[in-house]
Design a protein around this ligand. Structure first.
Ligand SMILES: [Zn+2]
Length: 440
């Protein structure tokens, strides 16, 4: 049974359609790591969530990096010797290498070819290329078109600017009962590409909207940042706050039709890693767990040794494993509302688990209390095995997730049993000492 069959229309799929619709609105915008396309993207997100827009000036030192010049582009094309536009930025922003310097030139084919990129193995797709931090320019086109180019002079225009300006990112803080934070981070610097990473941007936006209407114990911080330099800039500007992050997810590539892949934080056994493994392990669907590795998305920065934050990565097919990655084939048809809904549902379940992962102490440490006379064996939907596990392991030290892992029971069954026992006056909640440092 596919995921599409499993989720009934009208329930979780609705959120998938909302995410898909938002992605469709953002898709045409020419984004890069800086510039007006990024700002326009945040403006659209602000119709859904009250994002703060931050600007970090060009030249700002952020650890070993420097915020680059701001890049903007108005137009770009290649015209053949007959004056016909054969490659046009206005048809697709993928045609221009992102961060290309301005160019106005007449070039023979041999010279032009030095600046052309295509994919011989996928002759109908246009690659996505960037030249951040390197002064260069270029165009991308299908290999099929590349092969038709004839000798002659070509009129080349890139009407771009590279000037002092700023790096823009979006930040939303939702205060909870505790200052401990859950971080949700999505890179938002790619132009017309859907799975990488408008899917993450769309999902994180709808998740923030959803959390904004609910009570939560943890505070939540959502970041919509340019990849790499954005995470580095945020960490550099917020070094003193980073210790508050009790759990986090980098959300990327969440709309393709592949199975969910969770990449553990560098710590490996952080609560977020265990919560993700538990939710996916009880989902009844195929999934993969990967150990931390120092390549990938912004988890590289959050999990650098000086921070070592408990931040994992939630994706579907890892980027290196699908050929559409960083090409025009990563389009709106490549992502499915059902996969987006499934990703949303799993992330929400992981966060719910962390929210509900409490520690209790049984008031009957010596022998079991008599449950029958309290009507607990038949009430509250709590199953007997879960009641016995919770009573036995609720010694003030084990969390509900510890009990779920040790018993093999789903977290929800353990939580329901604990709630029934607490209502019957047999358990009391104890402060938990989280690995993120201190009680919540
Ligand atoms: Zn990418």
């Amino acid at each position: 049974m596919s995921i599409e069959d499993r989720i009934r229309p009208g329930d979780a799929t609705g959120i998938g359609l909302e995410i898909h619709r938002l992605m469709g609105e953002l898709f045409p915008i020419c984004r890069s790591i800086t510039g007006d396309g990024f700002r326009r993207t945040l403006d659209i997100l602000r119709r859904h969530i009250p994002l703060d827009v931050r600007e970090v000036p060009t030249g700002t030192r952020v650890f070993d990096w420097t915020v680059p010049k701001e890049w903007n582009i108005r137009d770009a094309y290649i015209k053949d010797s007959k004056g016909e536009k054969i490659v046009d930025f206005r048809a697709s922003n993928l045609h221009v290498v992102s961060y290309s310097r301005p160019v106005r030139a007449i070039l023979p084919l041999a010279e032009l070819k030095k600046h052309l990129h295509s994919l011989p193995e996928h002759p109908d797709w246009v690659p996505y290329k960037t030249t951040y931090y390197k002064d260069d320019w270029g165009f991308c086109l299908s290999h099929r078109q590349f092969l038709t180019l004839e000798e002659g002079d070509y009129d080349v225009l890139i009407d771009s600017t590279l000037e002092d300006g700023s790096l823009t990112f979006g930040e939303l803080y939702l205060p909870g009962e505790t200052e401990k934070e859950i971080l949700i981070s999505a890179h938002a610097c790619h132009p017309s590409l859907a799975n990488d990473n408008l899917s993450g941007v769309g999902l994180a936006t709808m998740l923030a909207k959803h959390l904004g209407t609910r009570q939560h114990r943890y505070s939540y911080r959502f970041l919509f940042i340019p990849g790499t330099i954005g995470a580095i800039a945020w960490l550099s500007l917020n070094e003193s706050r980073a210790g508050r992050i009790a759990a986090g997810l980098v959300v990327s590539g969440v709309g393709d039709r592949g199975e969910i892949t969770y990449k553990r934080s560098r710590r490996g056994l952080a609560e977020i890693d265990r919560a993700a493994a538990h939710v996916l392990g009880h989902s009844g669907r195929p999934y993969r767990l990967l150990d931390f590795h120092p390549y990938g998305y912004d988890e590289r920065q959050y999990c650098s040794p000086g921070f070592d934050l408990p931040v994992g990565r939630f994706s579907r097919t890892p980027c290196a494993e699908y050929p559409e990655y960083h090409t025009s084939a990563d389009n709106m048809a490549f992502v499915s509302a059902v996969s987006l809904a499934d990703s949303f549902e799993k992330i929400a379940a992981i966060l719910d688990l962390i929210e509900e992962n409490r520690v209790y102490q049984s008031l009957n440490q010596k022998c079991e209390p008599q449950l029958g006379k309290r009507g607990l064996y038949s009430s509250a939907g709590a199953n007997e095995i879960a009641l016995l596990w919770v009573m036995n392991l609720s010694d003030g030290g084990h969390s509900l997730l510890d009990i779920a892992e040790r018993s093999g029971l789903p977290f929800a069954a353990v939580r329901e049993a604990a709630e029934a026992l607490a209502r019957a006056g047999l358990l009391v909640e104890r402060p938990r000492t989280s690995e993120a440092g201190g009680p919540l």
